[in-house]
Design a protein around this ligand. Structure first.
Ligand SMILES: O=P(O)(O)O[C@H]1O[C@H](CO)[C@@H](O)[C@H]1O
Ligand SMILES: [Mn+2]
Ligand SMILES: [Mn+2]
Length: 396
């Protein structure tokens, strides 16, 4: 019989907790998403629910302002670092589910090769413009009016292995954008080996009004080997993805999933799932921290989103059943005070909580992220994969 009847894992997308041991390789020395958000709020970052689970007790060189250690945390706490070659969402989530990404993905800091762009143009019967690393909100501000006039496709990338296509749905309807992205996905798997093709629809009729919509769609590479989601599924443990989870795993290993429009929606869906008689593994991604604030280098917004999350976390804690286990972690950093607009190579926080706990403690510094998946498998008595060590026995 399982130790915990259900496991709920929430990924606060891009909330790192300090530079990872290999941050220098990524030019990310000094990155500290949570620490710098704390500094920005100068003591007013208020995350009481998460803090009481042990967020402020995680080993750090200096406390997070406003979220210090508590004497008797209600949960277990630690931090993890990843071994995957990249610091994107795909690397982080796959590694969490027992599949570190060891084969380097294709990066195109100078833009995509002509041959690839020409194929996209020929398929779409539209011209491609930009073809450079860009912030997704800046690129539509600068080129959106041109796109409105010409119908050209805005193709851009970032420090991640991503090919992103921005389209104003008034000139390039959503289904056409999706078709073009599916085509781009199909020709960038073996050749170019791009981690994700991302459809970036937006609306508006001038630079000041352009707004991206929640119809974003990520076409991720298919996992290259079985993940812990497949292992759970094969063992008959139901798997349910909330938010971007389905996209990140191309739906593989997931019985069921729901798209969300915001962090708040993601938490509402998670709370509903926990209140329901849904069984097995519930896996939630909250992407606003990343897409709306981290990449936008908006520490104020990031902190406010964390505080809103913490309120919802309080509701979730109240509806959890006695034998539920909650795990909270992140997939990479995205320090809003750091240079550039890319993810940052950081440790991620790890919290475990169940109403049944009668102790609390330190889970230490762990690696790879696969320890999380290994713990979920261990709980359900499923044979583990090659990566990860379970910390289940420490949870008392
Ligand atoms: O600037 P936007 O369009 O939000 O894109 C960002 O989001 C991508 C996926 O997280 C990253 O690789 C980065 O390019
Ligand atoms: Mn992410
Ligand atoms: Mn991101």
């Amino acid at each position: 019989m399982s130790k915990f009847n259900r496991v709920i894992a929430i990924v606060t997308d891009s909330i790192g907790i300090g530079e990872a041991p290999d941050a220098a390789k990524f030019h990310d020395i000094g990155a500290d998403t949570l620490g710098h958000i704390g500094d920005h709020f100068d003591g007013d970052l208020c995350l009481p629910n998460w803090q009481h689970l042990g967020l402020g007790n995680i080993e750090r060189l200096r406390p997070i302002l406003g979220v210090g250690p508590v004497p008797n945390p209600q949960g277990y706490y630690g931090k993890m670092y990843e071994i995957s070659v990249g610091k994107d969402s795909m690397d982080g989530h796959w590694e969490m589910m027992g599949l570190p990404v060891t084969q380097p993905l294709g990066f195109f800091p100078a833009g995509f090769p002509d041959a690839l762009i020409k194929k996209i143009e020929a398929f779409a019967k539209r011209k491609v413009i930009v073809n450079l690393p860009y912030s997704g909100t800046d690129v539509i501000k600068e080129y959106g009016e041109h796109q409105l006039k010409t119908g050209d496709l805005i193709v851009y990338t970032s420090g991640d292995s991503v090919l992103q296509i921005a389209a104003n749905t008034a000139v390039i309807p959503l289904d056409e954008l999706y078709r073009i992205c599916e085509y781009a996905r199909s020709i960038t798997v073996d050749e170019y080996h791009i981690g994700r093709v991302i459809a970036r629809p937006y609306v508006g009729d001038s630079a000041d009004t352009f707004t991206r919509t929640s119809d974003r769609h990520d076409y991720t590479l298919k996992p290259t080997a079985p993940t812990d989601l497949d292992r759970l599924q094969q063992a008959g443990v139901p798997t349910y993805g909330i938010g971007k989870i389905n996209d990140i795993f191309s739906g593989i290993g997931l019985d069921d999933g729901v798209h969300t429009v915001s962090n708040d929606d993601g938490m509402v869906q998670t709370i509903e799932a926990v209140k329901s008689d849904r069984q097995g593994f519930i896996f939630t991604n909250l992407v606003d921290f990343d897409a709306m604030y981290g990449h936008r280098r908006n520490a104020q917004g990031d902190g406010e989103a964390l505080m809103a999350f913490d309120q919802r976390l309080g509701e979730l804690l109240k509806v959890m059943k006695a034998d539920d286990l909650l795990l909270i972690t992140s997939d990479h950093g995205n320090d809003p005070s750091f240079r550039g607009t890319d993810h940052t190579r950081e440790y991620v926080p790890l919290i475990a909580y169940s109403p049944t706990f009668n102790a609390s403690g330190d889970l230490g510094v762990r690696s790879p992220f696969s320890d999380l998946g290994a713990t979920v498998l261990d709980n359900f008595g499923v044979t583990p994969g090659e990566f990860g060590s379970s910390f289940l026995s420490q949870l008392q």
